[in-house]
Write a protein that binds this ligand. Structure first.
Ligand SMILES: [Fe+2]
Ligand SMILES: [Fe+2]
Length: 393
């Protein structure tokens, strides 16, 4: 089992950072992200918020994003799929407009296939679904980014067009997973729905500070994380005898991959037009660590719900600390950060920090694994989402 204790990760990485606009701020780490799941002896709180930091974008930085609008229209918007080209949740679900008999037969097949999904797998799938269902929060966060926000709610700006269309594509993910889980009969929908309601009401603070340089670093990382996570739930669904669910998770993963490409391209462009600011932004987000979007999830019963869900995801290999390090490494290579030559001073420090980060995370993880392997007898935790059945964490 791969595990990282709270203690070791609290001391890593630094929390005092300098933002890309030269202001030094302290950003308290959220104690719960995918790297800070608890061991049985150190239960964390799930309600710790980041220290809220907001900054206005200086006009010249807003200008950078305005000047990129034609490029976004030409190079980023084509990465979206039109509605006609897009799959819809109903393509993957029993067709309720058939005769009752035919519909019931299709539902029965779905239920037979999902009958053998293990409880721990269900917990992770539900956690992923709840994360997708909190989509209003993500659009809200997007519209905190100065220079790319949707100023009217239906702005024709390419940045705003992207955000709305991205949201529209993402909206299908929660719908599909939710309906599938509902029809499976395996889960406590009331508790899941309560968790979704609480999560949307809580929101999230990814530490992006109204700043699209930080925001697009966050989304680049996050889309890749969800691509990995849905890809792994697809693989496990197949291994557990549910090919329909494997197709569902797989099609969602392919959307996430396309979104990852878009955000990675945006940061690549920012590195091209405003190298130092973009490099410092990457280091800033990495120092804060990338929190998973649903870190404030709460079902009203388990005060460590997010931590427990993350731990099960880690144990099943759906999303792990090793994946986190791999994503950092992938981005360093994809953005060719080691090859940026013109950086000086703070930019150079940021470059060195980010380029050395993945091996540091891996080393820390190894030490933590050695420690946690000595802790025996970790118990099970009840999850309300599956009628309080116990799952090993
Ligand atoms: Fe998604
Ligand atoms: Fe996504």
């Amino acid at each position: 089992m791969e595990s990282i204790s709270m203690h070791s990760l609290r001391s890593f990485p630094l929390t005092s950072v300098r933002n890309p606009f030269g202001k030094t701020t302290t950003s308290h780490q959220c104690v719960n992200n995918m790297l800070t799941h608890a061991t049985a002896t150190t239960p964390p709180s799930t309600t710790t918020h980041r220290h809220t930091v907001t900054h206005k974008m200086p006009p010249e930085k807003i200008e950078v994003f305005k000047s990129l609008e034609p490029w976004v229209a030409q190079s980023i918007l084509p990465l979206l799929k039109s509605t006609e080209q897009s799959w819809q949740p109903s393509d993957f679900l029993p067709n309720s407009s058939q005769s009752t008999d035919q519909f019931t037969t299709e539902v029965q097949i779905l239920r037979d296939q999902s009958a053998n999904l293990p409880d721990d797998y269900l917990v992770v799938l539900i956690g992923n679904m709840i994360t997708e269902e909190a989509l209003p929060t993500y659009q809200t966060v997007f519209n905190t980014f100065h220079g790319v926000n949707d100023e009217t709610g239906a702005s024709p700006s390419p940045w705003a067009t992207w955000t709305r269309s991205w949201t529209a594509e993402e909206n299908r993910h929660g719908d599909l997973l939710r309906t599938y889980l509902y029809l499976s009969g395996r889960v406590n929908m009331t508790m899941i729905e309560r968790t979704v309601q609480n999560l949307i009401a809580s929101g999230m603070d990814p530490g992006t500070e109204n700043n699209p340089y930080l925001g697009f670093v966050y989304t680049s990382f996050q889309e890749r994380a969800t691509f990995i996570s849905h890809g792994n739930t697809a693989r496990l669904a197949k291994e557990n005898g549910d090919p329909s669910l494997a197709r569902i998770c797989g099609i969602i993963a392919s959307d996430e991959k396309r979104h990852e490409n878009a955000y990675v391209k945006i940061v690549e462009k920012l590195l091209e037009v405003d190298t130092t600011t973009a490099m410092i932004a990457i280091a800033d987000m990495m120092k804060k660590r990338i929190t998973m979007p649903a870190y404030l999830m709460n079902d009203g019963e388990d005060p460590s719900l997010f931590s427990h869900y993350s731990t099960v995801a880690q144990r099943l290999g759906v999303y792990t600390a090793a994946d986190y390090a791999d994503i950092v490494e992938f981005l360093v290579v994809r953005w060719r950060l080691e090859k940026l030559e013109e950086l000086r001073g703070e930019g150079r420090e940021a470059q060195e920090y980010v380029c050395e980060l993945a091996p540091r995370i891996r080393k820390l993880q190894k030490r933590s694994n050695e420690r946690s392997s000595k802790i025996l007898g970790q118990g099970g935790v009840e999850f309300s989402w599956i009628f309080n059945k116990k799952v090993m964490v």
